[in-house]
Design a protein around this ligand. Structure first.
Ligand code: NDP
Length: 283
């Protein structure tokens, strides 16, 4: 008998509303893994202690959520290549005594997108310039997207993201200030909402875009996982676009994290079902 489980978890504040524990533990159970995932409330002034504790207790790794995605970096030994460009970490892997920071948010998005369309040469309209948008933009550019138009309300973050893509990847990028009834730029193949508009409980909030510029043939992805069927997803679907909800990204980023920690490629359907039980089925 083995009463010693391998520990993983999440460090964030506030932690109570973070559903990751439900989907990760569903995967551990499904695969008969003697692993646990602990959802921990960690204020910024306790982050250094929490990371030291995870290292001391031999945790296999942990996720970092708000507000620690950037500040955790100073407590780590190394960064993975895309985390280095993004400048933020959502997954820490404890390997050979070293803590390595990775960012699986954008990778999760790419894994959800690949079965739906090719990324190579695509022109992307990306709404938002926060942490999720940075991760998605960098991974899209590394995956071969040709051009990324960053549309954001606040100019400094939007311009900084466009500049980052131009400087650190092969893709070209521009920033457009978000004007009322913003049109989707011509020739856009992929539209992504990486703002927090539509996130529960503000489920009726809508992107201020010219809906007539959504065209059949476009792929429209929403990073919002809860609810999965946002106003954007429903409207894009009605316009004949191919749609991708935020659950796919959330499930994939979690599955990639588990793979980095354990080497096990877990069943994503099990994780998705665990979230659908919480958020309501997107069917
Ligand atoms: P941030 O706070 O870093 O960024 C929020 C972004 O939304 C900014 O670009 C902000 O613009 C924009 N924004 C917020 N409100 C409005 C508004 N009313 N009008 C226009 N723009 C607005 O958050 P994150 O990037 O970390 O997360 C964004 C969303 O992505 C969250 O809802 C989160 O749930 C989701 N997410 C999903 C993941 C998944 O796996 N599915 C993973 C990570 C995040 P400005 O700069 O002008 O303030």
């Amino acid at each position: 008998m083995n009463f010693l489980h391998t520990l993983t978890g999440s460090l964030s504040q506030p932690a109570a509303g973070n559903p990751t524990v439900a989907m990760v533990e569903a995967a551990y159970r499904h695969h008969g893994m003697a692993w646990r995932y602990v959802n921990a409330e960690v204020p910024p002034e306790r982050l250094a202690d929490a990371v030291r504790g995870a290292r001391a207790m031999g945790w296999a790794g942990f996720n970092c959520s708000l507000p620690h995605k950037v500040t955790v970096i100073e407590h780590l030994d190394r960064l993975g290549s895309s985390a280095q460009i993004i400048g933020a970490v959502n997954t820490v892997v404890h390997r050979d005594g070293l803590l390595v920071g990775e960012n699986t948010d954008g990778q999760g998005f790419i894994e959800a997108l690949r079965p739906v369309c090719s990324i190579e040469g695509q022109r992307v309209a990306l709404f938002g310039a926060g942490g999720a948008a940075r991760a998605v933009a960098v991974e899209l550019a590394l995956a071969g997207a040709a051009h990324i138009t960053v549309v954001n309300r606040g100019r400094p973050r939007g311009q900084a993201l466009a500049d980052l893509i131009t400087a650190k990847t092969q893709a070209s990028a521009e920033y457009l200030h978000w004007l009322p009834a913003m049109p989707i730029p011509a020739c856009t193949g992929i539209v992504v909402n990486a703002t927090s508009i539509g996130l529960h409980p503000h489920i009726d909030d809508q992107l201020d875009i010219d809906w007539a510029t959504l065209r059949p043939g476009m792929v429209v992805a929403d990073a919002i996982p809860n609810p999965p069927r946002t106003h954007l997803i429903r409207t894009a679907e009605a316009a004949g676009c191919t749609v991708l909800d935020g659950l796919g990204m959330l499930v994939n980023q979690g599955a990639i994290a588990i793979r980095l920690w354990s080497g096990v490629d877990v069943d994503r359907a099990v994780m998705r079902r665990a979230l659908e039980d919480l958020f309501g089925s997107p069917a």
